[in-house]
Design a protein around this ligand. Structure first.
Ligand code: ADP
Ligand code: MG
Length: 361
């Protein structure tokens, strides 16, 4: 599916809102694709345009190279799972799942067979005769899924499909959704504002901010090679240093980060001397130690300001001598820490020249 230069303006005159501002993404067949961004960034709007519930102000949406604008929603090979599930309360689980096929006027025997297949797929065989109110939240979610795949769409659109579930169930269901997508061989486009959820499930993520696509990439690329401050800050934890390239050649550079602090990096890209940059580095790529590491290219002195022991890892907040607080995390791979640090201890934070990225936007 190709979304090409799609704009969506709501309202008119003074009250105009550009919900989508010239968005282009291409989604591959059988891909698990997520749209990730903060509330109000335009995710639902894009999904509704793909589904055909609304029309773009400009641009086009192509499926297998064909513009789907003339097709009404029910003629598109696309189906939607709504956040609210929108199940019919007076119908049984089986009737809910068969509803779309019923509307298409499929023969009774075919509907029955397909409903049985769908019930098995979502492991709800025992619940066929129940009404939605007799189900748990997770089961209702599975009925909504089964109903939307019963018509065998090419693309399934899911708007915050796990938003109504509690944390534990949500994590389990993420894996179920991934299995389902693989077994069905469908293209999934899933909207979420939860970065962990997007990272867990997606083959690729489109990160959206204020109606603009900031980056489309795999979870690992988004995390390790964010293209902007927004993406770096939205996905995972990050430390940012503002500075200016002091000297640079062939990707390596020294960044003057103020107060006498110089950061050496191998990931300066094409940013030349004098460019204002942000140096972004993830907490797990920063080491804390009580003594200055002998060979570290980047080592900065500070004081332990806060320690959060989380069991599997420990997060240190270190206040550098210029006042900036840096977050560093250490996996607790052994039960005993060799170099224990305590509140207010003098400490060194150090990192390798390839540990961070240089951002210019
Ligand atoms: P998200 O799903 O990412 O939270 P939406 O796509 O629902 O965001 O909304 C994007 C922007 O468009 C918001 O500013 C929202 O207020 C606005 N918007 C959405 N639908 C309408 C509408 N029907 N009329 C006017 N503004 C709308
Ligand atoms: Mg939404």
């Amino acid at each position: 599916m190709e979304v090409v230069n799609v704009r969506k303006i709501f309202g008119s005159g003074e009250g105009q809102v550009a919900a989508l501002d010239t968005v282009s993404v291409s989604i591959r067949e059988n891909e698990f694709f997520t749209l990730l961004g903060p509330s109000g960034c335009g995710k639902t709007t894009l999904l509704r345009l793909i589904a055909g519930f609304d029309f773009p102000t400009a641009g086009e949406i192509l499926l297998y190279g064909q513009d789907i604008a003339p097709l009404p929603p029910f003629k598109r090979p696309v189906n939607t799972v709504f956040q609210s599930y929108a199940l019919f309360p007076h119908m049984t689980v089986a009737d809910n799942i068969g509803f779309g096929l019923e509307m298409l006027g499929k023969p009774k025997a075919e509907i029955k067979a397909r409903v049985a297949e769908m019930l098995k797929l979502v492991k709800l065989e025992q619940f066929a005769k129940r009404k939605p109110h007799q189900l748990s939240g997770g089961q209702r979610q599975r009925v909504a899924l089964a109903r939307s795949v019963a018509k065998r769409p090419k693309v399934l659109l899911l708007d915050e499909p796990l938003g109504a579930l509690d944390k534990k169930l949500r994590e389990e269901t993420q894996f179920e959704l991934m299995d389902l997508q693989q077994n069905l061989g469908l293209t999934f486009v899933v909207v979420t504002h939860d970065q962990e959820e997007a990272m867990t499930m997606a083959d690729r993520i489109a990160i959206i901010d204020k109606g603009e696509v900031m980056q489309v990439a795999t979870p690992a690329e988004v995390y390790e090679a964010p293209g902007s401050r927004f993406v770096a800050g939205f996905v995972g934890n990050v430390n940012m240093f503002e500075g200016k390239i002091a000297r640079g050649e062939a990707g390596s550079a020294s960044i003057d980060a103020g107060n006498g602090l110089t950061i050496r990096t191998d990931n300066a890209g094409t940013a030349g001397a004098g460019t204002a940059v942000t140096f972004a580095i993830r907490p797990e790529k920063i080491k804390v130690s009580s003594k200055k590491p002998a060979e570290a290219v980047n080592a900065i002195e500070g004081e332990v300001y806060d320690i959060a022991y989380l069991g599997d890892m420990t997060v240190y907040h270190v206040r550098l001598d210029d006042g900036q607080v840096v977050r560093a995390s250490t996996m607790n791979a052994a039960r005993i820490t060799e170099d224990p640090l305590s509140w207010n201890d003098r400490t060194w934070v150090s990192f390798r020249p390839d540990a961070g990225v240089v951002l210019t936007r």
